[in-house]
Write a protein that binds this ligand. Structure first.
Ligand code: ZN
Length: 268
C-alpha cells in the first residue's frame, strides 16, 4: 500500500497563467494535445513552458524517434522550441506502459537536471484510470511538487477514461471531479480549430486519434474549453474510480498490478 502522509489538496489560490516557470509532465508523445490550451495560455502570459516526455512512446510498435519528431512538430506549432523539450523516456529507455516502475528513477534524474526550485507550476494528466502511464505521471507530479515545495498543487487535466462510460464507450478530455475546485480554460473558435488540428502532427497514431477525435472535436470546437483541477494526493492510494478502469478493459494492466508497483512510493 502506498503510504501517504503528506497531503496536497490544492490550496485555495485561484489558477492563473504566468507567474514563473512551468513544467508539463507528459507520459507519451501526443498527450500535449489534451493540455494544448494551457500551453498556449502560459506562453501568451510570457512563460516558456518546459515539456518532459516520460516514456519512449514505443507502444503498439511505434518508433520512439518518430514519435519524438511528431511532438516536436506539434509543440513548434504551439510556439514551443525544441530546446524546451526533454525526451527523457527515449533517452533513458523507459518503456511505454511501464512508467509506474520508473517513478523513483525519474524523480531523481528530473531533480538532478533542474535543481531545487526550478518551477512554479506543474501540469500533469489526471489520475483517472485511462492509461497506467498517465496515472503514474500523477504520482511523479505529486512527489516533485513536494520536493520543490510548490505553493500550488500540480494542475491535472483529463485525457481519457471509462468512469460512467459503459462498455465499449469511454470519455475524452472529460475531467471528473476529485473534490477540489475545477477551473475552466476557455478559448475562441479559431483557437479551438488550431488545437483540434494538432492531431495532424501524429501520423503514427492515426488509429488512436480516429477513436478520440469526435469527442476532441466536441470539446475543442463546440465547448471551446478544457477543465483543470488541483491534484489530490489522497486519491493516489485507491482505485481512480469505481468499476472497471479503461486500461483494465483494454487489457493493459490490472489495477492491483499498478497498485503493487506504486506501493513503494511514499508520499511523506
Ligand atoms: Zn498518453
Amino acid at each position: 500500500m502506498t503510504k501517504i502522509t503528506r497531503q496536497i489538496d490544492g490550496g485555495d489560490g485561484p489558477h492563473r497563467f504566468g507567474g514563473g516557470p512551468v513544467l508539463f509532465l507528459l507520459p507519451h508523445q501526443d498527450d500535449e494535445v489534451g493540455i494544448a490550451p494551457a500551453i498556449h495560455q502560459e506562453r501568451a502570459a510570457g512563460q516558456t513552458p518546459f515539456c518532459v516526455f516520460l516514456t519512449d512512446g514505443g507502444g503498439n510498435r511505434s518508433n520512439p524517434l518518430q514519435r519524438n519528431r511528431e511532438s516536436t512538430g506539434a509543440l513548434k506549432a504551439l510556439g514551443i522550441p525544441k530546446e524546451q523539450l526533454w525526451f527523457v523516456g527515449t533517452e533513458k529507455q523507459i518503456p511505454d506502459g511501464r512508467l509506474i516502475e520508473k517513478i523513483p528513477f525519474l524523480r531523481s534524474i528530473i531533480r538532478e537536471r533542474f535543481g531545487t526550485t526550478p518551477f512554479k507550476k506543474i501540469y500533469v494528466p489526471a489520475f483517472e484510470g485511462g492509461h497506467p502511464d498517465h496515472d503514474a505521471a500523477n504520482f511523479l507530479a505529486a512527489l516533485l511538487a513536494l520536493d520543490w515545495k510548490l505553493t500550488d498543487a500540480p494542475w491535472e487535466f483529463s485525457l481519457y477514461h471509462a468512469f460512467k462510460a459503459p462498455r465499449p464507450f469511454f470519455r475524452v478530455f472529460d475531467l471528473f471531479p476529485n473534490g477540489t475546485p475545477q477551473r475552466r480554460v476557455n478559448f475562441g473558435f479559431f483557437q479551438g480549430l488550431k488545437f483540434f488540428f494538432l492531431i495532424r502532427f501524429y501520423p503514427s497514431q492515426w488509429k488512436t486519434w480516429l477513436g478520440l477525435s469526435p469527442q476532441i472535436a466536441y470539446r475543442f470546437l463546440f465547448h471551446r474549453s478544457i477543465l483543470i483541477q488541483p491534484l489530490r494526493t489522497q486519491r493516489l492510494s485507491s482505485r481512480p474510480h469505481p468499476g472497471p478502469l479503461l486500461y483494465e478493459r483494454m487489457g493493459r494492466m490490472r489495477y492491483e498490478e499498478f497498485q503493487h508497483s506504486s506501493s513503494e512510493l511514499q508520499i511523506i
